[in-house]
Unconditional design. Structure first.
Length: 455
């Protein structure tokens, strides 16, 4: 690390911190290594405060850091709770176990109740077993067995069996004593492995869970995952907005503006020390969103509204409408309230009714069609099922002519389009894009395509 020798415990802790959600850069890793060189590992309070100043930058990261630090640096597997009151040190006499660690066998460490040495031996065996690679709950027993074998379990088991075969009172007593100590050690190792599972698998588990949620149909999302989904929506929107802004800045750099360059450099005799580039004004896309909030489509509409409002950095003007049997504008509700209670208010006002697309499009024409221009992107979320009412494709055609484009996001699979009361194929010719959209990944792709087309 650029000449700074970070210790192995610190390297593993930085891995744990990243898995817990802390954004630790290479430079911060170097700073952490330098800080540890100064304060050392002896005083845990000083170490925690010092690393916290380097690694945790926000209140949320501070909470994650505290949890990761306490979990990683805790060594409680050999606390007094593992004592066996019935076991006497005098029972520890007898043959030693062969496979040793640092000159001592596992049997000797257990008999002497040397907890510090046992903790050190267990950590060394864990590193040798590749504990950092543990990722799944089902691997707990596998790693526990590997650690115990590296600590000398097999040799100890052979010695215990030899003591039992001796059939002497002393041999049988010592065998029982060591067997009890092995069970206690086994419990301690399992606890240690479980703690490392929480430490090292958290990042991968979270990523796996997030990938799964992004690809799950929104109508199938469990209520307990809604909070996590809201966080994912905000993260995705923020990432898209940043990507859009980067592309915009890059594309603004065009051909050299010779006239303005010469004028800017008059003080240097016209020598172009400072260049001025021709720029074209790139306006952010103006968006009108029409969301069907009837039945199962309602869940998807909630996420679309949440997603678009999180994209405010990239989108100049969003006007949102909700409809079932009729259509109303909900922009003001969404602007004046936090997004979650605002959506609940919208759903209680107009949601969950029977949909009538024709009537809703007619309402939009009467009230808001005049605000649609050639710079307006219209996004419609719905299944196109109007309960056999007049689809009013004439109104939809006029909307298509006035707008820049219409994007229709349909939560149904294509195989269901045009079946029963679906009017999807009547509306499709007037749309720039008609696509299946029933997961966060679909939604992200559709919005990304819209932003890409805007620049």
């Amino acid at each position: 690390m650029a000449g700074v020798s970070a210790s192995e415990p610190l390297r593993r802790f930085l891995q744990v911190a990243r898995g817990a959600g802390l954004l630790v850069s290479a430079a911060e890793g170097i700073d952490a290594a330098r800080a540890v060189d100064l304060v050392g590992f002896e005083d845990r309070t000083v170490l925690k405060d010092t690393l916290g100043l380097v690694l945790a930058k926000t209140p949320d990261e501070k909470a994650r850091y505290d949890e990761a630090f306490e979990l990683y640096f805790r060594r409680g597997e050999f606390d007094a709770k593992h004592d066996d009151p019935a076991a006497e040190r005098s029972d520890a006499s007898g043959p030693a176990v062969s496979d040793g660690m640092g000159g001592q066998s596992l049997g000797s460490l257990l008999a002497d109740d040397d907890r510090a040495a046992l903790a050190t031996a267990m950590e060394q065996a864990a590193r040798a077993s590749g504990i950092e690679n543990i990722r799944f709950f089902t691997q707990k027993n596998l790693y526990a067995r590997r650690i115990m074998e590296r600590m000398g379990l097999r040799a100890l088991e052979r010695d215990i069996e030899a003591l039992r075969q001796s059939a002497t009172p002393d041999g049988l007593g010592r065998a029982r004593f060591l067997s009890g100590k092995v069970e206690s050690l086994r419990d301690s190792v399992r606890d240690f492995v479980e703690r490392n599972l929480l430490l090292f698998a958290r990042g991968d588990s979270e990523k796996f869970r997030e990938d799964l949620l992004k690809s799950t149909r929104l109508s199938n999302i469990d209520r307990r995952d809604l909070d996590r989904m809201r966080v994912l929506v905000r993260q995705m929107a923020k990432k898209l907005a940043a990507r859009y802004a980067h592309r915009k800045r890059r594309r603004l750099r065009g051909q050299l503006d010779t006239r303005r360059t010469l004028r800017r450099n008059m003080g240097w005799g016209g020598i172009p020390f400072i260049t001025v580039w021709k720029q074209r004004r790139i306006e952010k896309p103006r968006v009108m969103v029409l969301c069907d909030v009837s039945g199962s489509v309602a869940a998807m509409s909630q996420f679309l509204l949440m997603f678009l409002y999180a994209l405010n950095e990239a989108l100049a003007d969003i006007r949102s409408f909700a409809f079932a049997g009729s259509l109303i504008e909900v922009s003001e509700i969404l602007e004046k309230q936090p997004i979650e209670p605002a959506i609940a208010d919208i759903m209680s006002t107009i949601g969950f009714g029977s949909s009538n697309y024709g009537n809703s499009f007619a309402d939009f024409e009467d009230g808001w069609m005049r605000h649609v221009t050639k710079k307006t992107t219209v996004i419609i979320l719905g299944d196109g099922r109007g309960n056999r009412a007049d689809p009013r494709t004439d109104v939809f055609g006029r909307l298509s002519l006035r707008s820049k484009r219409i994007i229709w996001l349909n939560p149904e699979y294509r195989s269901a389009w045009g079946t029963g009361d679906s009017d999807m194929y009547r509306y499709a010719p007037f749309c720039r894009l008609v696509t299946v959209c029933n997961t966060l990944r679909h939604l992200e792709r559709a919005i990304e395509d819209m932003l890409e087309d805007a620049v």
